[in-house]
Design a protein around this ligand. Structure first.
Ligand SMILES: Nc1ncnc2c1ncn2[C@@H]1O[C@H](COP(=O)(O)OP(=O)(O)O)[C@@H](O)[C@H]1O
Ligand SMILES: [Mg+2]
Length: 432
């Protein structure tokens, strides 16, 4: 048997390819160690995205997770800076009629060299972010024998082409990522549950003590009334907590649905002020509202929840005879692609100390110098911020001790819909 002499250069190429492959696997092992070293979901997702683009030499990558209840796919992370986290999470990718859906259903990777001409490609994302998908590799993310989502590497860099190794490396990465994500999710849940149970203990202990006291036969009437009052307010607190827990759990797990409609935010502000009017006048606090038109396309009910929380805080933590100013500011940059309105609620309260400012959006945080004011859950601001971010906006605050605080958030503005042309007024045909 005679064998063909192998040209030397091809041998060199083979060795170079082999070395490249080894380097890649080494890197993959290092990444895998990194993935398992964090239980923080957002850190983890960012690491997976970075690893995916690096290993496949692509421009961008994204992760979609499957909602087991609704069977929909949602973006959890992407390396693209053009998209805010909230806007991205709001994109729901259907299982039917999308490449990612195909990958989830079949549990197999798909490589698409020409995405624009592939009927399976879901155009929704490109539309939202003004981004052009040229080619992509989509692999299933499997954890404990279940497909939990997909990892997509998008657009090979100039001069690079897709290879079998890309498919293998990304599949391996996705498998490790899947397990790491499941672990982080379980940890997140158990963390929140234990915090929650801990918070429930305080009102429960108060209820237990009160009812035990009530059983004493020698209790003076005045004392009895006080105890019953405590029972009423602690039960109220428990009820508020359970609603807040549920809201937050929904928002955090990405199961909260936005029920969007177009409305004038000034109307919503007036409506919200109406609700807190009594509370404000009890404290002799004056609320100033402007008038105008600013259309938002958002979940009206959820936005009302945000405004009500900011307003009740501004009242609760205000000084007697204080003031509240609500402002809506149109975007400064008329050329901006996404125009954002800024809605601010400013009070003349005691303000927030520098130390407490750092912890403002922490779950269950209540400044000790304000906790005597009224009862609260310390979840209101966390929920409000989440709601705003789910809409693609941001929330923050500025505060000066002894002067006051302004909480504000941004929301994308919707252009007023263009009215359809009036058939009676078409030129040359005056209305009869
Ligand atoms: N406008 C404000 N001025 C001063 N402190 C505030 C203001 N808004 C919120 N805070 C502080 O932030 C904490 C958390 O607020 P929040 O999440 O709404 O919970 P809650 O109102 O139930 O306490 C409050 O307990 C209070 O200490
Ligand atoms: Mg509050």
């Amino acid at each position: 048997m005679t064998s063909q002499p192998v040209p030397l250069y091809s041998n060199e190429v083979a060795i170079r390819n082999y070395l490249q492959l080894m380097a890649r696997y080494e890197r993959l092992m290092e990444i895998s160690r990194q993935l398992n070293s964090t239980l923080d979901l957002s850190t983890l997702l960012a690491r997976i995205i970075k690893a995916a683009t690096e290993l496949t030499d692509t421009e961008t990558a994204s992760i979609m997770l499957l909602d087991q209840k609704t069977g929909e796919l949602r973006f959890e992370a992407a390396s693209q800076a053009t998209m805010t986290r909230g806007a991205m999470e709001a994109i729901v990718v259907p299982l039917e009629g999308s490449l990612a859906g195909w990958v989830v259903k079949h549990g197999e990777p798909v490589l698409v060299e020409d995405a624009q001409n592939d009927p399976r490609h879901f155009q929704g994302v490109d539309r939202v972010v003004d981004f052009r998908t040229r080619n992509l590799l989509c692999v299933p993310m499997i954890a404990f024998d279940k497909v939990i989502g997909v990892v997509q590497a998008v657009n090979k860099r100039e001069g690079s082409t897709w290879t079998e190794d890309d498919v293998n490396t990304l599949t391996t990465l996705a498998a490790q990522a899947g397990v790491a994500i499941e672990n982080a999710r379980l940890f997140q849940q158990s963390d929140f549950v234990s915090e929650m149970v801990h918070e429930l203990r305080t009102p429960l202990a108060a209820l237990k003590a009160s009812t035990t006291l009530l059983l004493r036969p020698d209790l003076p009437d005045k004392r009895r009334t006080d105890i019953i009052q405590t029972i009423v307010s602690e039960t109220d607190r428990l009820a508020r907590m359970t609603t807040d827990f549920l809201d937050l759990a929904r928002l955090e797990s990405g199961r909260a649905r936005l029920d969007a409609s177009v409305f004038n935010v000034f109307d919503l502000i007036r409506e919200s002020v109406e609700i807190v009017n009594q509370q404000a006048s009890d404290k002799h606090v004056t609320v100033h509202v402007e008038d105008g038109t600013c259309l938002l396309d958002a979940d009206r009910g959820k936005l009302k929840q945000v405004l009500l929380n900011l307003l009740t805080n501004a009242i609760k933590y205000n000084k007697p005879n204080g003031e509240i100013f609500i402002t809506v500011t149109a975007p400064a940059d008329p050329e901006a692609k996404v125009k954002m309105a800024r809605i601010g609620v400013r009070d003349t309260g005691q303000g927030i100390t520098k130390e407490n400012q750092k912890r403002m959006f922490e779950k269950f945080f209540r400044a000790s110098d304000t906790s005597g004011y009224t009862q609260g859950t310390g979840l209101g601001l966390v929920i409000a911020k989440k709601i705003i971010e789910t809409h693609g906006g941001e929330m923050n605050f500025v505060s000066e001790w002894e002067v006051g605080t302004e909480f504000y958030f941004t929301m994308p503005i919707t252009e007023p819909p263009v009215p359809p042309p009036d058939p009676d007024k078409i030129e040359g045909q005056p209305a009869s």
